[in-house]
Ligand binder design. Structure first.
Ligand SMILES: [Zn+2]
Length: 571
């Protein structure tokens, strides 16, 4: 059967040919030539669309900018500025343009914007007394022409170095689409390279960290790969395959992601993956695509060539039995992986499988509670309650709970909620009963994940409730310690004449900073925040006249512990 992928409802897959006659699969054609490159630099990428990233598929193309900031960024097509956004992490400074052809382009990690746009952002920040802002604009406010400079490239937000993150989205659905399908090609004669494959013995059981797996090294180059040893695998029963591969292009030494992956059995396609388009609310399904236990334990990026039943992301245009192959005869079979980049360069890996009749199906002890991926699942043992909404598991789960010893300073035992090797798509509700000794401090309690820290918490009917997005070990702690404000270049009585900015750091021990506000002479002022250095800056402007002034900073954590800092200074 052909699996209809999400809302895409594919009639067929088209094949787009490159100059060497190699094809690229996609479900529909996109207007080529409508958009221009957003930079004047020769196009070169530091990251490809759909590339594998922790917890998400990369949602755009990362254009390289010579390790520098400050290159003009141009509107890829005429239209209007429809949204402006400032984030501490994430996209940093971002501009969204909406175009009359039904698409929206996004430009992120910008250093600074066109002065009129920068003024609009600053007004909004002062009006809403917030550094982080995200607002929409009307079509008549800032129309743009094709090629017009709208901003300068930067390194703001969660960016690993100067570059321009560029997206093309469907304006209606907000699905993000591979920009390379719009003719924004990158010079590329280099086919994907394959380093290993994986074989998973599924045999009717849900995929998990206990699924028996074999890893095999691969040798080859220039598009032709084979198993290092042996050439023929003996397999029986329900098998899932996996692969480790990257792609490079002709413009840089950056290792990017592949565009598509096809698995064939005896010449018939049984599974296809391609990074054509996806919705942002599905991007966590990367954890269903990769071998998540291997990623958590060993940081290995193995791309599974079978689909978990609960994954809803639209990256699997076709498959047969979710890509799972049943070897139940005694014949010799041909298995082939076909990997392509967006330019159509193709690599293949061929191997033979000697199929065997499976002996008795291995018995797997199901010692926990069976959670169905397509149902709402609940667990309640008194001290711990949890509810996982339907659609949040990628596969059925033999759910296990265990009680671990109480940690020093904790207000509950440590509760092991299944394990951290099983991904879930979104948040679930978790309640933990605190010790009676918590008394009046229940309103200062948070649930802590033993690996990643506080997941927040509120008091509710004798429990502390939080909404974690991972399984793992959880316990209760209390946060009665207020944030710490560290002035970096100011003290009471400072002379700040000729100094560009007031610099501070603010940190919290447990629950995290909820808000940090600064005033000068009682008037709210903007603190610019830097994701990497964690430094907060007030940049002096002409509203601060020469003379004596008072800076006041108030930092509040998630449990409403408050710290004030005050300094008089001269300017
Ligand atoms: Zn990016």
């Amino acid at each position: 059967m052909i699996r209809k992928a999400g809302a895409l409802l594919l009639g067929c897959l088209c094949l787009v040919l490159n100059s060497r006659g190699q094809g690229r699969i996609q479900s529909k054609e996109y207007p080529a030539g409508a958009f221009q490159y957003p930079l004047d630099l020769p196009p070169s990428t530091a990251g490809s669309f759909g590339e594998l990233r922790p917890n998400h598929f990369h949602s755009g193309l990362d254009f390289r900018t010579n390790q520098r900031t400050g290159y003009p960024v141009h509107a890829a097509m005429y239209g209007y500025v429809s949204r402006l956004r400032v984030q501490v992490g994430g996209f940093g400074n971002a501009v969204y343009l909406t175009h009359p052809n039904g698409y929206t382009t996004v430009y992120a990690h910008l250093d600074h914007l066109l002065p009129e746009l920068a003024a609009a952002v600053r007004n909004y920040q002062y009006q809403h007394q917030s550094f982080e802002v995200d607002f929409k604009l009307q079509p008549f406010q800032f129309p743009v022409t094709k090629g017009q400079t709208i901003a300068w490239s930067g390194n703001t937000g969660a960016s690993g170095g100067p570059h321009l993150h560029f997206e093309i989205r469907d304006s209606l659905t907000e699905e993000t689409i591979n920009p390379q399908l719009f003719g924004l090609t990158i010079p590329d004669q280099v086919p994907p390279s394959i380093s290993s494959i994986a074989v998973y013995h599924l045999n009717g059981h849900p995929f998990s960290e206990t699924t028996p797996r074999q890893f095999m090294a691969v040798t080859g180059a220039a598009g032709n790969y084979r198993l290092s040893n042996p050439q023929t695998l003996s397999l029986s029963g329900d098998i899932g395959f996996g692969i480790t591969a990257i792609d490079m292009n002709s413009t840089s030494a950056n290792r990017n992601g592949i565009y598509s992956l096809e698995l064939k059995l005896d010449g018939r396609t049984v599974y296809t993956f391609d990074v054509e388009r996806f919705a942002f609310d599905q991007t966590h399904a990367i954890n269903a695509y990769i071998d998540y236990p291997q990623f958590v334990l060993a940081r290995r990026w193995i791309q599974k060539c079978f689909i978990l039943p609960g994954s809803q992301i639209t990256l699997y245009p076709q498959s047969e039995n979710r890509g799972i192959i049943s070897f139940k005869d005694t014949l010799l079979h041909d298995v082939e992986y076909l990997l392509k980049d967006a330019a159509g360069n193709t690599s293949s890996l061929k191997l033979k499988v000697q199929s065997g009749i499976q002996k008795d199906r291995p018995v797997v002890n199901t010692t926990g509670t069976l959670f169905r991926y397509n149902q709402r699942n609940e667990f309640n043992n008194g001290p711990v309650k949890m509810v996982i909404p339907a659609g949040n598991l990628y596969d059925d789960l033999d759910f296990k709970y265990s009680l671990l010893p109480q940690k020093v300073g904790a207000y509950s035992a440590t509760h092991r909620i299944h394990n951290r090797l099983t991904p879930i798509h979104d948040h679930y509700d978790l309640w933990i009963k605190p010790d009676a000794s918590i008394g009046q401090l229940a309103n200062k309690a948070v649930i802590v994940n033993a690996v990643s820290g506080s997941v927040g918490g509120i008091y509710q009917d004798g429990y502390i409730k939080a909404r974690p997005a991972t399984f793992g070990d959880f316990f209760i702690r209390i946060d009665t310690v207020a944030p710490v404000i560290t002035p970096l270049n100011i003290h009471d009585g400072s002379n700040m004449a000729g100094i560009r900015s007031i610099n501070l750091k603010v940190s919290d021990n447990l629950s995290g900073i909820k808000s940090c506000r600064a005033t000068i002479d009682g008037q709210w002022v903007l603190l610019q925040q830097d994701y990497r250095t964690r430094i907060l800056k007030f940049i002096f402007d002409d509203t601060i006249k020469p003379g004596k002034h008072t800076l006041e900073v108030t930092a509040t954590d998630q449990k409403d512990n408050i710290t004030h800092y005050k300094a008089d200074f001269n300017r």
